[in-house]
Design a protein around this ligand. Structure first.
Ligand code: FAD
Length: 410
């Protein structure tokens, strides 16, 4: 079997892998990405959070993203029957970007990967990692190339950015089940036919709570080309009640909400719907000897606050900062400097996700008499600033949310 060497091997050229690669190239590292698909390829996760812009900028990819012509985004709107509320991310507690984009991921991921390649990373598309070995001093993988031939790559350090492929967690048995119930999503892209000038704000993601089931919700993510991403998220036992094709099931559930039915009355449902289930996952450790897990290859919570890509970028930023010091000869405590700091923000989001499905967070956001200060603190989390410990809703998220929920219910 032929064999090669690289300094850093990255599995997967999605957002985590591409941004990590671009950051490592700034440090002058040799970077090889092995990506099993040919880009552009479809991916879900289309609404970014403003916090993610900081990492795009730090990776030197801001111009590429800005010039790609994506839909501008400045906030999130929530609707449940007649109740409506919106958060403008420019009015938020934390410092930093207040706007971002809603992106077709096929294009977005290619823009980032092309940027990483331009920065000097090598990307091998249609090469799939099929085995890993982390037992030796340094890790190696076995890769299958597009012709079906297998070869070996030895790396000084490996970053698993394989997303839902979860290569290292699966092959090294690092996974343990999420404590969230199994949920799934059915989604499509439509030509939305929404006339400009109405109440629909294309600059915000719209999250609609199902009129009868407060743990079932829909996303409406407008794009810049007159199209929208539209999806429903629910427990799988709820979704399983609906017969037919994915498209028939999605349309049936969307049809139960009067607001979405009206919004999409002129839509062309021209793209087959897809379903993804059981995406929430945990791992025992986010790192090991000479490897780290990035983005969804580590943990994935839930789509409700659009936090996935932001967490993927944060993991790229933290891990590459550790690598810079490790390659400079420092000894790095990966748990203290990567695992714990990454999980801090993930756990803030986790508290909010739990409060969303328990119904408490919905009481909070639809409460009409909230103070401006509290709304700005909540707005900062919704904008992705889940690591800003100056925000009381980060520092003490569980306690604060519980108290606030009681206030809003009373
Ligand atoms: P990915 O984007 O999954 O990239 C991983 C790459 O690894 C892929 O290109 C894959 O082909 C490659 N790969 C896999 N296995 C191998 C292998 N064996 N060899 C080589 N390459 C391999 N996030 C948001 O920020 N906003 C949202 O609005 C949002 N909505 C979501 C809705 C749903 C229903 C779900 C399930 C998730 C959503 N997310 C959202 C989360 C988002 O999809 C992910 O967090 C994000 O894509 C993670 O990026 P990543 O780089 O870790 O992985």
């Amino acid at each position: 079997m032929r064999s090669e060497k690289t300094e850093i091997l990255i599995i997967g050229a999605g957002p985590a892998g591409a941004v990590a690669a671009a950051m490592l190239r700034q440090q002058g590292r040799q970077v090889l990405i092995v990506e099993k698909e040919q880009f552009p390829r479809f991916s879900i996760g289309e609404s970014l959070l403003p916090q993610s812009m900081e990492y795009i900028e730090a990776a030197g990819l801001l111009k590429d993203v800005v010039e790609a012509g994506f839909q501008y985004k400045n906030g999130a709107a929530f609707k449940c029957g007649d109740k409506y509320t919106e958060f403008d991310f420019r009015q938020k507690f934390s410092e930093g970007w207040g706007t971002t984009y809603q992106v077709q991921r096929a294009t977005f991921d290619k823009v980032l990967a092309d940027g990483a390649e331009r920065a000097g990373a090598e990307i091998r598309y249609r090469h799939e990692v099929i085995a890993v070995d982390v037992e030796g001093d340094t890790p190696h993988v076995i890769v299958r190339d597009p012709q079906g031939e297998e070869y070996r790559i030895d790396a000084q350090f490996m970053l698993d950015a394989s997303g839902f492929g979860r290569i290292l967690p699966r092959l090294l048995k690092l996974e343990y089940p999420s404590n969230f119930p199994t949920r799934g999503a059915i989604f499509t892209h439509v030509e939305d036919g929404v006339a400009p000038g109405g109440s629909f704000d294309r600059n915000k993601i719209l999250v609609t709570v199902h009129p009868q089931h407060d743990d079932v919700w829909f996303w409406t993510i407008p794009f810049s080309n007159g199209r929208c991403s539209l999806g429903v998220v629910a427990r799988t036992d709820f979704l399983d009640q609906y017969p037919g094709t994915e498209m028939e099931r999605l349309r049936a559930i969307v049809g139960e909400d009067a607001g979405l039915t009206e919004l999409f009355k002129n839509a062309k449902w021209d793209t087959p719907a897809r379903q993804i289930v059981g995406y929430s996952a945990n791992v025992k450790s986010l790192w090991g000897k000479n490897y780290a897990l990035l983005g969804n290859a580590g943990e994935f919570l839930d789509p409700v606050f659009s936090s996935g890509v932001t967490i993927a970028f944060k993991s790229a930023s933290l891990s590459t900062a550790c690598l810079q010091r490790q390659f400079a000869g420092e000894s790095i405590d990966w748990e203290a400097e990567y695992g714990i700091p990454l999980r801090e923000g993930v756990n803030t989001f986790r508290t909010f996700v739990e409060a969303w499905y328990a119904g408490g967070f919905q009481k909070i956001i639809f409460f009409e008499k909230s103070s401006k200060e509290v709304r700005e603190m909540i707005s900062a989390i919704l904008a992705g600033y889940a690591w800003d410990k100056k925000n009381p809703y980060v520092a003490e998220s569980k306690r604060r949310l519980t108290v606030l929920e009681q206030l809003c219910a009373g």
